[in-house]
Design a protein around this ligand. Structure first.
Ligand SMILES: Nc1ncnc2c1ncn2[C@@H]1O[C@H](COP(=O)(O)OP(=O)(O)OP(=O)(O)O)[C@@H](O)[C@H]1O
Ligand SMILES: [Mg+2]
Length: 351
């Protein structure tokens, strides 16, 4: 058993000074990830998922950004590295597949040339060796006829193929950690499944760890060993993946679960979007950020931000003021599709 984790993030905070005020995009998140494992970071739009990933690679820093905490990668604090060392980490330790696919493959350059450049930026190899490696990588990610396609332009690839090419580029320097930000969001369902399978296979093959950032619990269920649910810049529930799906503790997680189709093929269910909207991250009020949308919210929820507390097995934690017994009853009532007041009664909350 390895002793120290590959990545250990401790109390990471990231805020941006803007003309509208301080955006507290990430507000004290902590997690650790062992070699070869996959962490799913899930939450709605604007919850701080992308910022939490980009910050590890030093890609959110500017004069207007405030960053604190620690992010130990193989024992080195990424947040304390200068640009030169960060570049090395980005090349060889951690790779990222960015949320916006158009921003990562340059439209004017041939796909192969971009992969070759990524390889040669970090390894001393000849052009022809890098080209051979690029073809090999394109083959590895399932691009048919890679030797024939290596000189194609990005627009000559379908969306799914472009995503494969981006994965090939991300893998070009054999990272120990791959951060994939919404790797399948822009793709149709069949292609999504293929890309997730591909990532899974590559991970097995290469033994790398992954962080999959997504708004889709279905993607988490397919890929992740462990899950962090983010809301309003914080992690509000964290667990091993199976434990999270078997025993979800936070009313926000319930909302996410009920708003996506079940992966186990449950039929006849009603999908219910979570009412309301995610909060602005400027000047978040005291108290639980989810309270305004939460069926179980009561006075105590507005007083202070709930901390993550033990809520199940294998390190499962949740940040909710409602006690575990009442939560369990409320979740039971929720699953039985009882109406709102019955769920509140089950939770001992009256409105
Ligand atoms: N450079 C920046 N300057 C100011 N605010 C920013 C900056 N980058 C991100 N934000 C804000 O930080 C918050 C978190 O953004 P982030 O991109 O991490 O959300 P996300 O969870 O990835 O959402 P999505 O699912 O839409 O990708 C948002 O309110 C966003 O507007
Ligand atoms: Mg994002």
């Amino acid at each position: 058993m390895s002793t120290s984790p590959l990545l250990e993030v401790r109390d990471l905070k990231v805020s941006f000074r803007t003309d509208d005020g301080l955006v507290e995009a990430v507000d004290g998140i902590s997690y650790s990830l062992e070699q070869g494992r996959t962490l799913g970071i899930v939450g709605e739009s604007g919850s701080g998922k992308t910022v939490s990933g980009l910050t590890l690679l030093g890609l959110t820093g500017s004069r207007r950004t405030e960053i604190s905490g620690e992010a130990l990668f193989e024992g080195t604090d990424l947040l304390a590295l200068d640009e030169q060392h960060l570049r090395k980490v980005r090349g060889q330790g951690i790779a990222m597949i960015f949320q916006d696919p158009l921003s990562s493959l340059h439209p004017f350059y041939r796909v192969g040339a971009q992969i070759i450049e990524a390889i040669r930026a970090h390894q001393k190899v000849s052009k022809s060796a890098a080209r051979a490696r690029a073809i090999e990588l394109l083959g590895m990610v399932g691009i048919p006829d890679p030797a024939g396609r290596v000189d194609a332009f990005p627009h000559e690839f379908s969306g799914g193929m472009r995503q494969r090419a981006m994965i090939a580029m991300a893998l070009s320097n054999e990272p120990r950690l791959l951060i994939a930000d919404e790797p399948t969001t822009a793709l149709d369902v069949t292609v999504q499944a293929q890309i997730l399978e591909l990532l899974d296979r590559l991970q097995q093959q290469l033994g790398m760890a992954m962080i999959i950032i997504t708004h889709d619990l279905g993607v988490v269920a397919e890929t992740a060993d462990q899950v962090a649910v983010m809301y309003g810049g914080r992690i509000i529930e964290q667990a091993e993946s199976r434990e999270l799906f078997d025993n979800p503790q936070h009313p926000y997680t319930w909302g996410l679960l009920r708003s996506v189709p079940r992966i186990d093929g449950g039929s006849g269910e009603r999908l219910r979007p979570i009412p309301g909207r995610p909060p602005s991250l400027i000047g978040l009020p005291e108290g639980c950020a989810f309270a305004p949308r939460c069926l179980l919210a009561h006075d105590a929820c507005l007083r202070a931000k709930p901390r993550l507390e033990s809520a199940g097995s294998d390190g499962h934690t949740a940040a909710c003021v409602v006690g575990p017994t009442h939560r369990a009853k409320a979740w039971h009532a929720t699953q039985q599709d009882l109406d709102d007041s019955a769920i509140q009664t089950a939770a001992g909350v009256s409105k």
